[in-house]
Design a protein around this ligand. Structure first.
Ligand SMILES: NC(=O)c1ccc[n+]([C@@H]2O[C@H](COP(=O)([O-])OP(=O)(O)OC[C@H]3O[C@@H](n4cnc5c(N)ncnc54)[C@H](OP(=O)(O)O)[C@@H]3O)[C@@H](O)[C@H]2O)c1
Length: 177
C-alpha cells in the first residue's frame, strides 16, 4: 500500500510510527455501519465490543456511525444502553468513557422485520440523516482540518477516536496477558 489510497487514511508512511506497532495501518474512511440482528448474541458478544475496540484504538474515522436493526421496539437510547453493557462485558481494550461517548453520538436503532419495506425506508432515512449530521463532525475533526487550524491543537475536544497512549495488543479471554 502507498499513501495514495482515496477513502482510508494511511498511517504507515508516518515516520513517527513504531515498526513494532501491530495495529492495522489504515484508518477506515467516513462510514455508517448497519448491523442487522443487533439484539442477538453475536452482536452483543462479538460485534459491538469489536466496534468499540476499533474506536478505542483510533481506527474508526471521525463521524463514524452505527445503526442497529432488529424487531424489538427499542428507542435509540435502549440500544445505546444495551450496547454499553455489551462493551463493558466483552470489549478487549480498557473502557474509556470519552471514547464511548464519542461513539454513542452516532448510535441509532431502527426497529423492523427483514420483510418490512417501511422499516427499510426508515433505515435508509436514518443513514441519510446520519450522513448529513455526522459529516460535519468528520470535517471539523479531520487531520487536514486540524493541521490548517493552529488553534485547534490546544482544543480539549480532541479527535473523534483518539489513539490511547498504550492500547497494546488485543486483551481478553484467550488472548493471554
Ligand atoms: N452467536 C455467535 O457467536 C455466532 C457465531 C457465528 C455465527 N453466528 C451466526 O450469526 C447469526 C446471528 O446469530 P445470533 O447468535 O446473534 O442469533 P440470535 O441471538 O438468535 O439473534 C438473532 C438476531 O436477529 C434478529 N432477527 C431475527 N429474525 C428477524 C427478522 N425476521 N427481522 C429482523 N430481525 C430479526 C433478532 O432480533 P429481534 O428478536 O429483536 O428481532 C436478533 O437480533 C446466525 O446466523 C448465527 O448462525 C453466530
Amino acid at each position: 500500500m502507498t499513501g495514495g489510497h482515496q477513502r482510508g487514511v494511511l498511517i504507515n508512511d508516518n515516520p513517527l510510527r513504531d515498526s513494532r506497532d501491530r495495529r492495522i495501518p489504515r484508518v477506515a474512511g467516513p462510514c455508517v455501519l448497519v448491523m442487522f440482528g443487533v439484539t442477538g448474541d453475536l452482536a452483543s458478544k462479538k460485534l459491538l465490543p469489536a466496534v468499540y475496540d476499533l474506536a478505542n484504538r483510533g481506527l474508526l474515522p471521525p463521524g463514524f456511525s452505527l445503526v442497529g436493526f432488529a424487531r424489538r421496539d427499542w428507542a435509540h437510547e435502549d440500544f445505546g444502553q444495551v450496547a454499553y453493557e455489551a462493551v463493558k462485558l466483552h470489549a478487549r481494550t480498557p473502557f474509556r468513557d470519552a471514547v464511548w461517548q464519542q461513539l454513542l453520538e452516532g448510535v441509532r436503532f431502527v426497529p423492523g422485520e427483514f420483510a418490512d419495506d417501511a422499516a427499510f425506508d426508515q433505515l435508509a432515512k436514518t443513514v441519510a440523516d446520519l450522513d448529513g449530521a455526522r459529516a460535519e463532525t468528520a470535517r471539523s475533526t479531520s487531520p487536514s482540518r486540524r493541521r490548517r487550524s493552529p488553534s485547534s491543537s490546544s482544543s480539549s475536544s480532541g479527535p473523534a477516536c483518539p489513539i490511547p497512549a498504550d492500547p497494546g495488543p488485543a486483551r481478553g479471554p484467550g488472548a493471554g496477558s
